[in-house]
Design a protein around this ligand. Structure first.
Ligand code: ADP
Length: 381
């Protein structure tokens, strides 16, 4: 997958060369105004996605160059938008050549500080109704997919009662503290923090509600995350104090709910979904993990835990289904060995599934970032 250059400029106005040509900038921008972002339902020029338009006249006709700045490097409709923009400009009379530079600049929910973590543009919680549905596996792999697309990504393991991120990424060092800030560890290009680094993942946590909330708040706020496009938070299963604390302390772009297709898992996932709705935390979508099994020898598909449950839940809750991840030995083995399949160099079918889910999630985050979300205060029990 190509890595896209990031442009940090917030400037909405395209820079235009002065070269004389029968095709002028107004015509180029006019053509590009017909390209509509299907999610934001606005044209790409007024959305500030077109930058640095350059026009060079030549004997055969004009050469047009411009930068098309997407709202995420993991944009699932990148090729579609690029093709539409190219075709729109190429159709102008007098244009001989069109060069589109694709770039990305992840946008934040309502300005740079809206996540409550300066420098972190989007905070996304990954939740589940119950344990063992693959929430941590999905979190880590989605983070790797986003990172490979060119985004800067952090992972916070807030599943303090059963931190598994250190195992999934095979990182175990004790984080250093510099000027009162905890330095996240690095793995597969991700910045990572877990309670497992501080207490060891085999030691049980016996803290009570207020202590655990304080510890999580500290982990969130005292880590030197730096500049991040996405911080993914692996939340504990269920609907407890930690989810509440995080929803209060941070302005989440949204949460992703991971479930398996069984009725019982879906029932509890639906409760988690209802809790976040009550907290005014948007649901970016639902991921069905262990959705089906593809036989490695004959390729036959078996719906071990039945199928279609997450789709039904999405329809009822009016949230997108972000993807269906198969039950797969490679996914489990890569997790156990601390080498996430989505960080793998080989373009495996398993990696592609996680890439698709990550793109769908990033797309929903971009849509949410276009809106301003209120912070909700909930009474601490
Ligand atoms: P949770 O965070 O929901 O408790 P984990 O991510 O720790 O769940 O996963 C539980 C177990 O299931 C782990 O052994 C993991 O490797 C395995 N697992 C998760 N997703 C899959 C999958 N799609 N295919 C095969 N095994 C999986």
């Amino acid at each position: 997958m190509p890595r896209f250059g990031f442009r940090r400029s917030e400037n909405q106005e395209p820079r235009i060369s002065k070269a004389t040509s029968p095709v002028d900038e107004a015509a180029v921008l006019g053509a590009l105004r017909r390209v509509i972002d299907p999610d934001l339902q606005r044209d790409v020029v007024s959305l500030g996605m077109i930058k640095e338009v350059e026009i060079q006249s030549g004997e055969a006709g004009a050469s047009i160059r411009f930068t098309f700045e997407l709202t995420t490097p993991a944009c699932p409709i990148r090729d579609q938008l690029e093709a539409q923009a190219r075709a729109a400009v190429a159709a102008l009379p007098g244009v001989a050549h069109v060069d589109v530079r694709m770039a990305a600049h992840v946008r934040s929910v309502g300005g740079p500080h809206r996540t409550q973590l300066p420098g972190v543009k989007n905070v996304i919680g990954v939740a589940s109704g119950k344990g063992g549905v693959g929430k941590s596996t999905v979190t880590v792999n989605l983070a790797c997919s986003l990172s490979r697309s060119g985004a800067t990504v952090g992972v916070l393991d807030a599943d303090v009662y059963g931190p598994s991120v250190p195992t999934l990424l095979n990182v175990w060092d004790t984080p250093r503290v510099i000027e009162d800030r905890i330095q996240p560890l690095q793995a597969y290009g991700l910045r990572v923090m877990s309670m497992g680094f501080l207490i060891g993942s085999d030691e049980p946590i016996v803290w009570r509600g207020p202590m655990i909330s304080q510890a999580v708040t500290q982990m969130v706020q005292e880590v030197a995350w730096g500049e991040l496009d996405y911080l993914l938070i692996d939340l504990p299963p269920g609907t407890g104090d930690i989810q509440l604390t995080i929803a209060q302390v941070l302005n989440l772009t949204g949460v992703v709910i991971v479930t398996t297709p069984q009725h019982v898992a879906l029932g509890i996932a639906s409760k988690a979904q209802a809790m976040f709705k009550q907290l005014h935390v948007p649901i970016l979508g639902i991921v069905e993990n262990m959705s089906y099994f593809l036989c490695p020898s004959c390729g036959e598909r078996t719906d071990i835990f039945s199928h279609g449950g997450a789709q039904n839940l999405c329809e009822r809750a009016k949230v997108p289904l972000l993807g269906e991840i198969p039950l797969d030995t490679l996914v489990r083995e890569s997790g156990d060995s601390g080498r996430p399949i989505a960080a793998d160099e080989s373009n495996s079918a398993q990696r592609q599934v996680f890439d698709t889910v990550a793109r769908n999630m990033a797309r929903q985050a971009s849509i949410r970032a276009a809106r301003v979300l209120p912070l909700v205060q909930v009474e601490q029990r």
